[in-house]
Design a protein around this ligand. Sequence first.
Ligand code: A2P
Length: 222
Amino acid sequence: VPLEETSLPLFFGWFLLPGIQDKVRCTSMDFLKTLDTLEAFKKHLPDFTVEAEKEVDLEQYFQANGALHCTTKFCDYGKAEGAKEYADKPAVEELYGSVFELSLSALFVTPRTVGARVSLSEDQLTLWPADAEKEAVSVVPAAATLPAGSRAHVTLGCAEGVEPQQTGFDLLEILALQQEGQEGELVEEMELGSLAYYGKGRWLLSLREPVSAQACFSSLYG
Ligand code: A2P
């Protein structure tokens, strides 16, 4: 294998600094702990799991993995389409190693994943690959019409056997419903924000106060 083909990382992204990782994990745990005790959640439990009569402990249901981050470009060591082009972008070269303030604006839970929506600023969008949303259309057709940055997220946990890239698809699905004009069923005003239900076990908590998370733009070789 030529050296230049091995020099690309598994992925580029923003890696949350350690202090804020703990805070985000705690916020996520608090949310999960509250969610599965809500009557509304229990009512929709059959949408969430096939084992309808059982209760679900969401903290056990989702497995967390590795350092919290927001993937920009999945490169697969150069095997992914557009990996080299992305690595060569002037913004990527210039901003590599810089610390940003990411805005985590919502938390979402589906039967597959739990994640945080990242609302990117214009500066941050210079690091966002132009085709990130379009690459998801085979899974979420409406992704083609969503604005750039819609897929940006931090994976907080996945159900057993679910790949982390599913988190971005789950977020895109919810945003596609919103774009179609579905507000979701407003379920509850929680301390953290308002909780809405989008059917098929999909929950979105819009944070009253977005969490500002310091994160370093870098890459992981794994
Ligand atoms: P995500 O960004 O949703 O957390 P893996 O552990 O599967 O090798 O993935 C490493 C990281 O890259 C994860 O953060 C994962 O998902 C993301 N990822 C994996 N595959 C893809 C893909 N095909 N497109 C975009 N992101 C991906």
